[in-house]
Design a binder for this molecule. Structure first.
Ligand code: GAR
Length: 213
């Protein structure tokens, strides 16, 4: 199974969806480590409850982003997530530097609660609702050095109606997040994601999905 590290900053409901799919046997992965950059993140409680190794790494304890990132790389690789593994940002509210991305090239994914490249940032759901979009959703993407940016793996769409704000839209999007993130991890583990420049191709038995008969 695919060795993964999951990075969280908050409630960790996406982390929970990964744990649940693994326990159900539909996601062939093993969480080697959960890292939180917040001491009080509820994601830590989920780690404890399921007996999964975890670490709290406070970015405020480090002098620079790079120092924090190298500590992050060290604890993830020490936990056994290396060349054959994947790092999943599940509500991890930090921009990572080349120190981190260089250590896990094309092996870091993130989930965002909007249809990127629209509405990046920490209030994706509310920003989309306030803008008045008719459709929003969520995006799983490979991570680059910009915030909520990088090749898109999968997106899910939800309808949005006049008068609905981020508080209404947020839970609807979150439900979808809990489906697409484990799916993206499973595809990665099956070796089905091929990055071609900005595009990620989904493959079936080695061939592009779109060219299947
Ligand atoms: C999720 O909605 C995730 O998409 C979002 O934070 C939430 C974390 O919830 N991430 C971002 O906004 C990234 N810019 P969770 O801790 O319950 O999984």
């Amino acid at each position: 199974s695919l060795p993964i590290a999951v990075l969280v900053s908050g409630s960790g409901s996406n982390l929970q969806s990964i744990i649940d799919r693994i326990e159900e046997g539909v996601l062939d992965a093993e969480i080697k480590l959960i890292v939180s950059n917040k001491a009080r993140a509820y994601g830590i409680e989920r780690a404890k409850k399921h007996g999964i190794p975890y670490k709290v790494l406070l970015h405020t304890d480090f002098r620079s982003r790079e120092d924090f990132d190298s500590a992050l790389v060290e604890c993830i690789t020490d936990a056994g997530v290396g060349e054959d593994g994947l790092v999943v940002m599940a509500g991890f509210m930090r921009i990572v530097t080349s120190v981190f991305l260089g250590a896990f090239e094309n092996r870091v994914i993130n989930i965002h609660p909007a249809l990127l490249p629209s509405f990046p940032g920490v209030h994706g759901q509310a920003d989309a609702a306030d803008y008045g979009v008719k459709i929003s959703g969520c995006t799983v993407h490979f991570v680059d050095e910009q915030m909520d940016h990088g090749p898109v793996i999968v997106q899910g769409a939800v309808p949005c109606q006049a008068g609905e704000d981020g508080d209404v839209l947020g839970p609807r999007i979150l439900k979808l997040e809990h489906r697409v993130l484990p799916q993206a991890i499973q595809w990665f583990g099956e070796g089905r994601l091929k990055i071609e420049g900005r595009h990620v191709e989904l493959r079936v038995a080695g061939r592009p999905y779109a060219s299947q008969p």
